[in-house]
Design a protein around this ligand. Structure first.
Ligand code: 6PG
Length: 242
């Protein structure tokens, strides 16, 4: 199923739309399964969304929070995706601490950390399937077309026998959901704003392009296409999928 792409007037409108969609999906998950499992994106785009969610009135005890990727830095490092989300949102609301699952980044071996996070995901999601499904997976897209920490022409793009792997950004390790885990997501929402996203979006939405060069192309959720929110600035001269 093709992606759904919405073009919003500006980043503020994109964040507001994302807020509405995420709230609706959280409620759907709780209604259908009694809880909501969601994976957060890092980077800068989602921060105002997290700040808005900090003001929402939700059954916080029904949320289970993961990260779709993490830089391999200490939890208090300025580059930590978990640190950003805690400061913008999670520290302001009553999600039980034991239901927030930051990626472990203190093991000297990133591969061991990836395996540990995979085990945590499987234990919490409690699905017998080879690839479990999270209710909501939030994603950004880098200017180079990467998503999560699935960077162009890296080994992590090919990993299909694990649900968490080690990404590589310019030689720096990252922990990342793999393509199969993202594609098993029940609802996958991309947020991409700004003119700097245009070149990659053109390739990601093109009928054909090299998915290894533009890894966001690999995200084809089995449960219906991904939902993209882009702003006008990012959409200029971009042919959207029909
Ligand atoms: C990360 C993110 C990464 C991010 C994109 C877009 O750890 O940096 O997970 O995949 O979503 O790089 O980042 P911006 O939102 O800052 O453009």
């Amino acid at each position: 199923m093709a992606a759904t792409v919405e073009v919003l007037a500006n980043k503020a409108a994109l964040v507001q739309r994302a807020y509405e969609l995420v709230l609706a999906q959280i409620q759907t998950a709780i209604d259908q399964r009694g809880r909501c499992t969601l994976a957060l994106a890092g980077g800068s785009t989602p921060k105002p969304l997290y700040e808005a969610l900090a003001q929402a009135d939700l059954p916080w005890d029904k949320l289970y929070v993961f990260w779709g990727d993490e830089r391999y830095v200490p939890a208090d490092h300025p580059d930590s995706n978990a640190k950003m989300a805690r400061q913008a949102w999670l520290n302001q609301v009553a999600i039980p601490t034991e239901q927030i699952y930051p990626v472990p980044t203190d093991d000297p071996d990133p591969a061991a950390a990836a395996a540990q996070y995979e085990q945590t995901l499987r234990q919490v999601l409690m699905e017998p399937t080879a690839v479990p499904s999270l209710d909501i997976i939030l994603l950004g897209m880098g200017d180079d077309g990467h998503t999560a920490s699935l960077f162009p022409h890296t080994a992590a793009l090919q990993v299909c026998d694990r649900i968490v792997s080690v990404g590589n950004k310019d030689g720096q390790p990252r922990i990342t959901f793999t393509v199969p885990l993202i594609n098993a997501g029940r609802y996958v929402l991309f947020l991409a704003a700004g003119a700097n996203k245009r070149p990659a979006l053109r390739q990601v939405f093109a009928p054909t392009a090299d998915a290894n060069a533009y890894p966001s192309r690999l995200i084809q959720p089995l449960n219906g296409g991904a939902h993209w929110l882009i702003d006008q600035s990012a959409a200029v001269d971009v042919t959207l999928p029909v």
